[in-house]
Design a protein around this ligand. Structure first.
Ligand code: GDP
Ligand code: IMO
Ligand code: MG
Length: 428
């Protein structure tokens, strides 16, 4: 004991990778619990710059154990490539373990992701195309292949044959797509099993043992609460539970093990893919902010939609997760703006909307009610103490705290590990 969770408070890309790399210095183990390589987590420290999709973002610390938990969907090709890339950058990957219960993203999942998106036409979700949704569908429908199955060479050919044949019926019959050949998929699975064997463990036991030994375990969220399949802006969401509930099922630990839940928020908002975003800026100012902030997806390179900080959505996110603290990132991006805005309420159909609505149509119609604050001239970039922040920037942070109803424990003022203001160490 104890575990601390770091959860995306918005639509993903809040800077979780940076925060995890920073906090991992006070941890023994970093664990991914949901999502797959739809995630793109950027880590910048004295060892270089890293784009991590599956490997936990604590990997740069020599004594930190990395775990990919059962709730993650694993594309072995991507994982092995990422591990090889890290080794080339001088990072040791021997302390990385993968759950035998994690589901495998198979080639037909990637094919189906593309076919389904095409079939959705105008209503496309704008997925990352990594096969995430179809892999979670198979998990829920009990047709999935798990990492442990890749090691069972006796059963594997039959399992894979049945799966490919079933998917081919779907691919051809429903989507008029090209079928997959069975044998190459079996060979691929065999190779993956051989290459991953040494890393595969019953990770729920491993994490429970670490906690029982008094080790500090950091739970690394992927995506964000507003992309949660239950609590997000459905159907424009991912297929997993990126909020705190997903950490429990995605690791096999109990809620009492978790001492702190920190929500990571950007000082403004971004979203990639389709779906409502009440504070989206459609004007030149929005374009300027995107360019200044270089808001392009880590996984797909797509331009991210940008908008003002949405305190209605943030408060909702705080409630869903029970945040014990906030990490506010990218404050430096707002440096030099004449004024900044915070959305403090929604209005739709002539009435105020009290909370983040479940109905996508209603969320689409929500007009933000803004509070305008004076900007700041002096930079916050690279600050490491609150007394280095301009008063107006600090006032902005305090207002966010008030509106969300949760203390800001860390302010991030740049992409590097050391560009951080730790008001509270989070991990005790
Ligand atoms: P994640 O998916 O939540 O880990 O976030 P991403 O890595 O996809 O996107 C966040 C981007 O912001 C990355 O390029 C980070 O290097 C960068 N970043 C993180 N924190 C800060 C910050 O405080 N200031 C600036 N300027 N960049 C940051
Ligand atoms: P990190 O961990 C931002 C979005 C996609 C799409 C929707 C569904 O880097 O914050 P999927 O491929 O999951 O079926 O796509 O979810 N999405 C993300 N957006 N950051 C992410 O991860 C995301 N992972 C998925 O853009 O709108
Ligand atoms: Mg990202």
């Amino acid at each position: 004991m104890p575990a601390y969770a770091v959860i995306g408070g918005q639509w993903g890309d809040e800077g979780k990778g940076k925060v995890i790399d920073y906090l991992a210095g006070r941890s023994d183990c970093v664990v991914r619990f949901a999502g797959g390589n739809n995630a793109g987590h950027t880590v910048v420290n004295e060892r270089g710059e890293f784009q991590l999709h599956l490997v936990p973002s604590g990997i740069c610390w020599p004594d930190v154990t990395g775990v990919i938990g059962n709730g993650v969907v694993v594309n072995p090709e991507v994982l092995l490539g990422e591990m090889a890339g890290l080794r080339q950058q001088g990072i040791d990957t021997e302390r990385l373990f993968i759950s035998d219960r994690a589901h495998v993203i198979m080639p037909y999942h990637i094919a189906l992701d593309a076919l389904q998106e095409q079939a959705r036409g105008e209503g496309a979700i704008g997925t990352t195309g990594q096969g995430i949704g179809p892999a979670y569908v198979d998990k829920a429908s009990r047709d999935g292949i798990r990492v442990g199955d890749l090691l069972d060479t006796r059963q594997l050919p039959d399992r894979v044959t049945a799966a490919v044949e079933m998917k081919n019926r779907l691919i051809q019959g429903v989507f008029n797509g090209d079928p997959l050949e069975v044998e190459p998929v079996i060979d691929l699975c065999r190779q993956w099993g051989e290459q991953l064997r040494e890393f595969v463990r019953p990770t729920e036991q491993l994490v429970q043992d670490l906690l029982a030994d008094g080790k500090r375990v950091l739970l690394e969220g992927a995506q964000g609460t507003l992309l949660d399949v239950d609590h997000g802006s459905y159907p424009y969401v991912t297929s997993s539970s990126p909020s705190i509930g997903g950490a429990i099922t995605g690791l096999g630990i109990h809620p009492q093990a978790i001492k702190g839940v920190v929500g990571v928020f950007k000082a403004y908002s971004t979203r990639v893919g389709g779906g409502p975003m009440p504070t989206e800026m459609h004007d030149e100012a929005g374009k300027d902010l995107r360019e200044k902030a270089h808001e392009y997806g880590t996984t797909t390179g797509r331009p991210r939609r940008v908008g003002w900080f949405d305190a209605v959505a943030a408060r909702y996110s705080r409630q869903i997760n029970g945040f014990t603290g906030i990490v506010l990132t990218r404050l430096d991006i707002l440096d030099g703006m004449e004024s900044v805005k915070i959305c403090v309420g929604y209005r739709a159909d002539g009435q105020e909307v009290a909370r983040f609505p479940a109905n996508t149509g209603l969320l689409e119609r929500c007009e933000p009610i803004y509070e305008k604050m004076t900007g700041w001239d002096a930079p916050t970039a690279s600050a490491t103490r609150t007394d280095q922040l301009p008063a107006k920037a600090l006032a902005y942070v305090r207002r966010i705290e008030e509106l969300v109803g949760c203390e800001v424990q860390i302010i991030s003022t740049g992409p590097s590990r050391d560009e951080t203001i730790a008001i509270d160490p989070v991990i005790h």
